[in-house]
Design a protein around this ligand. Structure first.
Ligand code: URP
Ligand code: ZN
Ligand code: ZN
Length: 460
């Protein structure tokens, strides 16, 4: 099977030109102007942007969390991602304390295997680092192709590890050629503030926000950066939201330490005033919480300064009746919001269209950098001969409105209801197959492949 995409404006992290892309099977075989080739299918991309499929390295599908499961399955979540121009996601396996990493991986595979429409991989979240866990790290990196290990400095009593475990894990991961991801907020401080607010009868979603002030994130980010600097382990801070935390990374760069940073689309676009909407604010109860306008400005600047390399989603949807579990107590509202389908269009509209970032930067932060940091480049994350043909054909002028009425995520509200975006994903190819066309999904459940990743030490 061959496909020719003709006359598109081809954008990568480094290039921008009008040309053709020729695909044979799952792979791009040629890129150039007026390619003299015959293809089974020709797509006219005149007037359209053509860029690499999005990679969202932070999603939670069908995840057991806070007494329930996130509402998108591997099928619905990866399909919605494709509709939004994201061809690959990285999800999180969570170790159960007292059990092995392998036990958790088997459990996650029982939900994900043969169920994905788009491509996927896993980060392995270590919630109990001990002598037995330590022995599993090399196997995960070298045999399973899972090279990134997630740690939580928060969710005390559930997922949090202490600094002793963190240092031990960092030493082992560095030795084996992997990388540590971190949810960097101070779990003890948050635990104290949550208990205090509850004791005072302050139970609305606003107190979720007030229980996680900026200092809880700035302090933990600094501590993580310092521990990574000491051990020499590559680090990646997930869902960084605020000025204080980014300044900790900025300081580390002054001593030539490399630390990768991800922010998420919601922290660039939404702010904490949404928590003043009484219980409706539960739609945006996530950790860390939304911040202030000044933090949005810091994050946009951080992207252009190269301090923030990735814009992800932390997609972790819950239906409204699940959010209602916390109707009378903010600490019981399942944390997370839906965005897997909206990230690429929102960032184009608010970032590129409004002149905050260039098109090349857009490709970098939605695809290329994640592929590089997480050991998949140049198979994923770019348009080049030999790369997987994961391609988005995008109309940069079409305006449309985001809504629960039209989205494909398995959640009964939109966190961006009524938001008008400029730019629409028209056609998506995943490994050479037309997966989305004319608002229809042509790829089946099971088409999505698990992507084994390379050692991070070979990439960064
Ligand atoms: O609120 C969030 N972020 N939910 C998902 C779990 C996590 O901390 O990433
Ligand atoms: Zn987190
Ligand atoms: Zn998350």
């Amino acid at each position: 099977m061959s496909v020719l995409i003709k006359n598109g404006r081809i954008i990568t992290a480094a290039a921008d030109f009008i040309g053709d892309i020729f695909i044979e099977g799952e792979i791009i075989s040629a890129i150039g102007k007026n390619l003299a080739v015959k293809a089974a299918t020709t797509i006219d991309a005149t007037g359209k942007l053509v860029f690499p499929g999005g990679i969202d390295p932070h999603v939670h599908l069908d995840m057991p969390f806070m007494g329930t499961f996130s509402s998108d399955s591997y099928e619905t979540g990866t399909r919605a991602a494709l509709y939004g121009g994201t061809t690959m996601v990285i999800d999180f396996v969570l170790q159960t304390q007292g059990k092995s990493l392998q036990h958790a991986l088997n459990d996650w595979r029982s939900r994900s295997d043969n169920n994905c429409v788009g491509d996927y991989s896993f980060h392995m979240a270590v919630t109990d680092f001990n002598d037995e866990t330590k022995k599993e790290i090399r196997h995960f990196i070298e045999e399973e192709g899972i090279v990134s290990f997630k740690t939580f400095m928060a969710y005390k009593g559930a997922l949090m590890i202490d600094d002793r475990q963190m240092i031990g894990l960092m030493e082992e991961v560095k030795k084996c050629g992997g990388l540590i991801n971190v949810h960097a907020t101070n779990g003890d401080m948050i635990d104290y503030l949550v208990a205090k607010h509850r004791a005072e009868g302050k139970l609305s979603p606003l107190y979720h926000y007030l229980s996680q002030p900026e200092i809880t994130e700035a302090e933990a980010s600094e501590r993580f950066v310092d521990m990574a600097g000491y051990t020499g382990c590559p680090g990646y801070i997930v869902h960084l939201t605020c000025e204080g935390a980014l300044n900790a990374v900025r300081n580390a760069t002054k001593r030539n330490q490399k630390m990768f940073v991800e922010t998420c689309i919601q922290y660039l676009l939404l702010d904490a005033s949404l928590y003043e909407k009484d219980f409706e604010g539960a739609k945006w109860v996530m950790s860390p919480p939304l911040r202030e306008k000044k933090d949005q400005a810091t994050l946009w600047a951080g992207i252009n300064q190269g301090l923030v390399q990735v814009v992800a989603t932390d997609h972790c949807p819950f239906k409204w009746d699940q959010k209602l579990m916390g109707k009378n107590d903010f600490s019981k509202i399942p944390n997370g919001h839906p965005a897997i389908e909206n990230r690429m269009e929102l960032l184009y509209s608010e970032g590129v269209e409004k002149g905050k970032i260039t098109l090349n930067k857009y490709v970098e932060v939605t695809s290329t950098n994640a592929a590089k940091i997480f050991g998949m480049f140049p198979r994923k994350g770019t348009l080049a001969p030999g790369s997987d043909a994961d391609i988005v054909i995008f109309d940069p002028t079409e305006k449309h409105i985001l809504s629960v009425a039209t989205h494909h995520m398995n959640v009964d509200y939109s966190a961006y209801e009524g938001w008008e975006v400029t730019g629409k994903v028209k056609t998506v190819l995943l490994r050479g197959k037309v997966a989305i066309d004319n608002n229809k999904c042509e790829a089946e459940k099971g088409y999505g492949q698990f992507i084994k990743r390379k050692k991070v030490s070979q990439m960064v």
